[in-house]
Design a protein around this ligand. Sequence first.
Ligand SMILES: [Zn+2]
Length: 351
Amino acid sequence: MQKSIERIADDSEGHSYEFPVFRFEGTDKAAPSAYLQAALHAGELPGVVAIDALMPMLEKAEAEGRIKGSITVVPQANPIGRAQYHFGEHQGRFHLGTRTNFNRGFPLLAAPDVELLPDTTLGTADQRLKTRLLQLSIGHDIVLDLHCDDEGLAYLYVHARLWPAMADCAAAMGVDAVILWDEDTDGTFEGASITPYLNLPAEVARFDRRVATTVEYRGILDVDGALAGADAEGLYRLLVARGVVQDQALSTPGSFTGLVAPLENIDMMPAPRAGAVLYKVKPGDRVAEGALLATIVHAPGEAGGRTQLFAPQAGIILTRRSRRIIRAGEDLLKLVGDRKSADARSGTLED
Ligand SMILES: [Zn+2]
């Protein structure tokens, strides 16, 4: 395993950012290769500790000559976001300098060719970081971008072209749900990882062996040793199932039995009022149409000071907020409905 340090110049003199990259060289050129990164949203750490638990498994496999395909690992992909604090609160989701989401604005290339990447020398530091991360990942057959939600189940975003071919990956990882999407106009990292292949001939795109996904490892507070160990085993099982790592002791994953739904089935449930949120449901709950989801206390102690919110359709609660303070219009939770949402939002991932 080789460790190297990436450096990203900041926008002013005398300052730069750095992050480590770990590379395992595969012994079989025909085997699929894999790229894993975590904490692109810099405060989302479940994937970071999962990678920490995965590394000894990969090093053991390497020592035993079982790494078949090359593996690139970036445990902390966003040193810019990592350093951003505002009045004592960490801000890892948006670049403070440009107000751009760190998981938006990746270049959507016409083909998987690093020569097509834009020159960001005179761009901003976050653009240079995005270009470099894409450059590091392009060419790998398997690209895993590890995130987490606010409070939520473990779930994957997957492009519809990769489903159901990726069902073995979802089963190997043991996630609860898979959300399918089909168009990225915002430039998420996942979108930038799969879009270059969409217009290639099938024999070049190789969707049967391609993996690109945003992994949502539950909630922001689910940074836990036992979960990290289980998630590392899930990642390892995926790498074995896809032939990146060889391990005779592991059986092939069974069929995926979790929830699979198109993105258009998600109801985001904006809060009708500002106030304190009393949730009636939690991630994983199955709700009927008309079920009480939450009560917002907007005028405490007054008659009519509470507003209730009901499920617009039957479905499963995928996520909810970790904080209980809300403004009108902010999203209360994600409900994966049994059918298309009446107010399905355009766009792609809401990670
Ligand atoms: Zn994220």
